[in-house]
Ligand binder design. Structure first.
Ligand code: PBG
Ligand code: ZN
Length: 323
């Protein structure tokens, strides 16, 4: 049999015609952190380029994002007051509800995703109600208040809800709450495969949500487990999630591919705070070519099977894609 050893060298046009993976501004969701006040834009030391912003500043940010062709954001709230059950997240005038309402009023064309969890709103920093006897999160009690939080987001006008607490049964609970509450078409993006990861460190500085005791190991996944990682996402698919997710992204690309091949829903990756900080700081110190490394990293997520990338780099990527 004839076997040719030299590959034909393709010119630029052919290289782009045959490229297997592409990046577009439409692949991204940009995280924003909101807190109360006016004119507030506080940079977080562990994540240069990421800010806590007041609602008025977020409304300006949306103008800039739209000018870059980006309209999808995910919101995280930092409440004035934290308590044992995260009351701010359950109230129609809490920080997230207020922010969503303001954005949807000023920018109806923004697609607003809300992160649904309790760690940013509880004084103990865990993702739900604490079962004090066992020093862990009470799964079923947390499901109940999660449904309330989800309806608060829905009422405020959120376009998609993203539960990030990894409580068992959360997708079915939210699906039922939306069906019964008059939101049968509200999409749910599940943080379906979320590992107990040290890469979340900087986020907890921004969101001021470091647990005051213990860790999240009882409800987040063991990074050692591949089969369980796939099973968690399949379970959420069966419960009615619309989009699945792997988080963190970079150290888990094998999991991304495996879930992609074993489910049929769109798949998101969360390129988390620690991943962002590593590139940002290495870039700042001139150790890497920041822009090229960022683009290469984003491409690797798509190649691994991600349809959606949630990333703190998203705004910079949008600028790079524009040039
Ligand atoms: C809330 C939540 C976290 C992140 C997204 N949603 C923190 C956590 O689980 O500790 C982390 C995102 C990041 O590190 O960028 N549960
Ligand atoms: Zn949480």
């Amino acid at each position: 049999m004839f076997q040719r050893f030299r590959r034909t060298r393709l010119n630029k046009t052919l290289r782009s015609l045959t490229r297997e993976t592409t990046l577009s501004v439409n692949d991204f969701i940009y995280p924003l952190f909101v807190r109360s006040g006016e004119g507030i834009k506080t940079e977080v030391s562990s994540m240069p380029g990421v800010y806590q912003m007041s609602i008025d500043v977020i409304l300006e940010e949306c103008v800039e994002l739209k000018s870059l062709g980006m309209n999808a954001i995910i919101l995280f709230g930092i409440p004035d007051v934290k308590d044992s059950i995260g009351s701010d997240a359950l109230c129609d005038h809490g920080i997230i509800a207020s922010c969503v309402r303001a954005i949807k009023k000023a920018h109806p064309d923004m697609f607003v995703v809300t992160d649904l969890c309790f760690c940013e709103y509880t004084d103990h920093g865990h993702c739900g109600i604490i079962d004090h006897k066992h020093e862990t999160v009470d799964n079923d009690a947390t499901l109940e208040i999660s449904a309330s939080q989800a309806l608060v987001h829905a009422k405020a006008g959120a376009d998609m809800i993203a539960p990030s607490g990894m409580m068992d049964g959360i997708i079915q609970t939210l699906r039922e709450a939306f069906d019964n509450g008059g939101y049968p078409n509200l999409p749910i993006m599940s943080y379906s495969t979320k590992f107990a990861s040290a890469y979340y460190g900087p986020f907890r500085d921004v969101a001021e949500s470091t647990p005051s005791f213990g860790d999240r190991g009882s409800y987040q996944m063991d990074p050692a487990n591949r089969r369980e990682a796939v099973a968690e996402s399949i379970s959420d698919e069966l419960q009615g999630a619309d989009i699945l997710m792997v988080k963190p992204a970079l150290a888990y690309l094998d999991i991304v591919r495996e879930i992609k091949d074993n489910t049929s829903l769109p798949l998101a990756v969360y390129n988390v705070s620690g991943e962002y900080a590593m590139l940002k700081l290495a870039g700042k110190h001139g150790l890497i070519d920041y822009e090229r490394v960022v683009m290469e990293t984003m491409m690797s997520f798509k190649r691994a099977g991600a349809d959606i990338i949630i990333s703190y780099h998203a705004k910079e990527v949008a600028k790079m894609l524009k040039n």
